[in-house]
Each structure stands twice: as C-alpha cells, then as structure tokens.
Design a binder for this molecule. Structure first.
Ligand code: ADP
Length: 174
C-alpha cells in the first residue's frame, strides 16, 4: 500500500521553516560546513553542534557515511529535530544516484521513527557537492514518493533560488 503524503515546494531559507524535522545537507564530519549546514548551525545555535560532537564521540567516530541519516536536537530552530544526512559528491564518471536516494529514504525513516508529521528538505548535494539540479530534483521527488512513511503527512522541499524551484516544479509535475 502506498502512503499518502503531500509534497510541497517553498522558495527560501530552510532555517526559517516551521516543521517537525528539518533535514540538513551535512558532511560526514557532522561538525558543520558551508551552505545549508552552515546556516543550520548558525541559526540553530551551539546545542546542535554539541549534539553532533556527542554523536562523533559515541556512535560515529569515523563520521557519518554517505547516504545515512541521524537526528539531533533542533536547538533554536522552529523544529523538533534536525536530521543530518550526508549527500554524495557529484561524479561525472560514477553513478552515485542510489546514495542520493538513500539520503532522502534514510532521512524519512529517521523522521518517521521520531513521530514527525512534517519534514522539510533542502535540495541535497546540489550546492557545494555539485549535483545537477534537474537530476537532483528528479531523484528527490521520486524517492520521497516511494519512501514516505507514516506519520509523515507533509514533505516540503525548501529551495533557495528560482532555478532550484523550477527544477523541482518540473520533477513534481512529470
Ligand atoms: P551540498 O554540500 O549537499 O551540495 P549545500 O548546502 O551546498 O549542500 O547545497 C544544497 C542546496 O541547498 C543547494 O541547492 C543550495 O543552493 C541550497 N541552499 C543553501 N543554503 C540554503 C538554505 N539556507 N536554505 C535552503 N537551501 C539552501
């Protein structure tokens, strides 16, 4: 049986969103970076970094593997949890799309286990990690449609910039 959830698109900054879970396009160190990661730590405050350091010290001594996801507090953000996931770096020679799909699937699995109803995603890997927006959007929409689990009823893509928004809109209507 397929799960019913609404997929919505929003233009803007993910740190301004209200949702049960905000997904962070993290890097494997879990210790912060640029793009979404930098914004989430900057706006969420030091509690998120402290929780990430705790995860490094306990379960993820070698860092979080690409395609995996893990939750922390959301600090001062308007959310219950941040789910950190590590997207693959784009490769022109190797097909890493299963890893990108895994980011969306694993984040939704973690969000569902936390009892989240609303989950906001950025366009994972399409910034510093260089994934083409058209393909990144198609993988994101397809995987969310396949993998969303109760009690999640809304998945929101939060897109910085018109180009990203247009690609997600196209993927959604295809
Ligand atoms: P990655 O390293 O996974 O590529 P980035 O954070 O560099 O992650 O970028 C992922 C996507 O998120 C890009 O499309 C980028 O334009 C966008 N982005 C960057 N900052 C924000 C933000 N604050 N809110 C939403 N999207 C953002």
């Amino acid at each position: 049986m397929t799960t019913r959830a609404t997929i919505t698109l929003v233009r803007g900054d993910i740190t301004e969103q209200y949702a049960d879970v905000l997904v962070n396009a993290a890097n494997s160190s879990l210790l912060g970076g640029g793009g979404v990661d930098g914004a989430i730590h900057r706006c969420g405050g030091p509690e998120i970094l402290a929780a990430c350091r705790g995860l490094r010290a306990s379960r993820y001594g070698k860092g979080l593997a690409t395609g995996q996801a893990v939750a922390t507090t959301a600090g001062r953000l308007h959310a219950e949890h941040v789910v950190h996931t590590v997207g693959p770096v784009w490769s022109g020679t190797e097909d890493r799309s299963a890893l990108l799909a895994s980011c969306y699937r694993e984040s939704l699995r973690v969000a569902s286990a936390l009892g989240a109803r609303t989950v906001a995603f950025p366009a994972i890997s399409t910034g510093i990690y260089g994934w083409p927006l058209d393909d990144g959007a198609r993988i994101a929409v397809r995987t969310v449609r396949e993998a969303v689990l109760p009690p999640v009823t809304e998945v929101r893509f939060v897109l910085l910039g018109e180009e990203a928004y247009a690609h997600f809109e196209e993927a959604l209507t295809a």
